[in-house]
Design a binder for this molecule. Structure first.
Ligand code: AMP
Ligand code: MG
Length: 535
């Protein structure tokens, strides 16, 4: 019997829970914190909540799962995606993984507040794992409560979808719900404990396996299970590489290096700072995963990190992300070593990361500037000088690139008029000294000459630049405004942002306010430029 599409009942979702079928689970079934050995997961039920309420649904993700809009509106949807009811085929479990946190091996971490519901196969034959974040404690919760608060859940929900629409590989978010219960958090770990609304996000991805999923097994010298998890991942998500063997493990690791490089190029393109690039937050599929204290560059500052927990060493600052991804891949290489047992080819794969990143970065910068292709003789210094200029005075990255597309290259314009479109990007007009302006004019004149070599018209160039330089990103202060409203029970801004960020590259005359650079009040406000891991 075939089910009519789209689905009108969640019990009609077609589950195929291959992860737990293929791999060994925890033999202990009581839900208490512990070390879980010789297993990739523990079966655990979401905690029931008193008063689930739907805040928002990403309709595109619902469509991926073949869910009808009426179904998403139903009470059953809210019950299921807050964890109150299991629909047919759901077999909940939390994943076991470890990780390096801020450069130090942390041992077992695991899904401390994420509970997988299972994997569905949609009508196109695609596999999607569903996971509730904030649905209660698991054996991996250590001393924490397994819960999530509304503010961090809004941030995860909106940013996953914003990143997807920007063309950045990412996990997705189906729904955001309130649990009706409150959760105690000390937002800046300074003794200010506060009750906040509890919330759950349903995340969706082909797989939630992380670098740390392999690391924990190698750290425990469980090479049998390491091979089982690697083979499962290969057969399920990298089957085009062939049946597992030493050469295939290497090809697989090389592909992970490439995918990771491509993801980081995207982050640098759109000005995204992940904030906690620990190895447990690195996806084996090269997806952006775990939206915690992330942020978006406002004024272009490669040293910026939104994460106050990392304020001292700034390990995860914007400009360091490419380096950290390489370091993380090095840790994954160590974890996969027992399967391959040769250092040199693993190092070659790591070099593929570096090459892919460098070439990708050059091509991406050329695109951001509307050039046909990267030309090393002229473009290396053109890019570097621009990056130096962007840091000399407070310059909004997003506005600057968007407005650069408006600079005319077809006709001669005098210098004063030339820079007019860029004025919108500056935070402190007083910083625009005569010396700065001279440098800017020089750079713009070089840029115009370079653009003229390509023989593309201003209109063509603008169209191409607008397709890679977003007008709308989830600015830190916008997310915070949506949170402020939501905490009073008004979810309109969450839904407005979700809608606006669906078309980040389009001009949206009704949403000009969401494209404005950070207002002054948000410069030092908590949640706008400063976040912590407390979520
Ligand atoms: P994160 O910094 O979000 O990647 O989290 C690091 C580890 O801490 C992961 O194992 C999380 O599952 C766990 N964790 C974070 N917050 C909580 C929480 N409120 N309850 C239980 N575990 C948590
Ligand atoms: Mg994490």
């Amino acid at each position: 019997m075939t089910t009519k599409l789209p689905l009108t009942h969640l019990d009609d979702l077609s589950f195929d829970n291959i992860f737990i079928r293929d791999l060994p689970g925890d033999t202990e079934t009581n839900n208490h914190p512990r070390q879980v050995l010789a297993a990739c997961y523990s079966q655990v039920l979401p905690t029931k909540v008193v008063n689930p309420q739907l805040v928002a649904v990403a309709t595109e993700v619902a469509e991926l799962l073949d869910l009808s809009p009426e179904l998403c509106d139903s009470e059953d949807f809210t019950e299921v995606f807050t964890g109150n009811r299991l629909s047919r085929g759901m077999e909940p479990y939390a994943l076991c993984y470890g990780g390096h946190q801020f450069g130090h091996w942390a041992g077992q971490l695991g899904d401390g507040r994420a509970i997988n519901l299972g994997e569905i196969i949609n009508s196109k034959g695609e596999r999607w794992a569903l996971q509730l974040k904030g649905a209660g404690p698991t054996p991996y919760s250590r001393t924490a409560d397994g819960l999530a608060v509304l503010r961090s859940s809004i941030r995860e929900f909106l940013c996953s979808e914003a990143m997807h629409h920007l063309g950045v590989p990412t996990t997705r978010a189906l729904s955001l719900t309130l649990t009706g219960e409150s959760v105690i958090r000390d937002m800046f770990y300074n003794g200010n404990r506060k009750a906040e609304p509890g919330a759950v996000v349903c995340r969706v991805a082909p797989s939630f396996t992380r670098f740390g999923s392999f690391q924990i097994l190698t750290a425990r010298r469980d090479h049998t299970l390491l091979k089982q998890l690697a083979d499962h991942t290969l057969r399920t998500h990298y089957s085009h590489l062939g049946e597992p063997c030493s050469a295939v493990y290497l090809a697989w690791f090389t592909e992970i290096c490439k995918k990771t490089a491509e993801m980081i190029v995207h982050w640098q393109r759109v000005g995204f700072v992940h904030g906690v690039m620990n190895t447990d937050n690195m996806s084996i599929l090269g997806l952006t995963i775990d939206y915690g204290p992330y942020g978006w560059l406002e004024n272009y500052d490669p040293n910026w990190t939104p994460n106050t927990t990392d304020a001292e060493h700034r390990r995860y600052r914007f400009g360091n992300q490419p380096e950290i991804a390489y370091w993380n891949l090095g840790q994954l290489a160590n974890a996969l070593y027992p399967l391959i047992q040769q250092v040199e080819p693993l190092q070659d794969a790591l070099n593929v990361y570096t090459e892919t990143f460098e070439q990708g970065w050059q091509a991406m910068m050329a695109e951001k500037l509307g050039l046909n292709a990267y030309q090393p003789e002229t473009d290396e210094s053109l890019f570097n000088d621009l990056i130096a200029l962007l840091q000399r005075v407070e310059t909004d990255m997003t506005v600057f690139y968007r407005q650069l597309a408006m600079i005319p290259a077809d006709n001669q314009t005098d210098d004063e008029r030339l820079i007019l479109p860029l004025m919108l990007a500056y935070y402190v007009p007083d910083q625009l000294s005569a010396d700065y302006k001279t440098h800017l004019h020089d750079w713009l004149n070089r840029y115009i000459k370079r653009v003229q070599q390509d023989n593309s018209s201003d209109i063509e160039r603008r169209t191409r630049m607008h397709a890679v330089n977003p007008k709308y990103v989830l600015r830190n202060y916008l997310a915070q405004l949506a949170i402020d409203k939501a905490e009073t029970g008004d979810f309109t801004m969450v839904n407005e942002l979700l809608d606006c960020l669906r078309r980040p590259y389009d001009e949206q005359p009704d949403n000009e306010n969401y494209a404005e650079k950070r207002p002054d009040w948000a410069r030092q406000r908590a949640g706008c430029s400063m976040l912590s891991c407390s979520s």
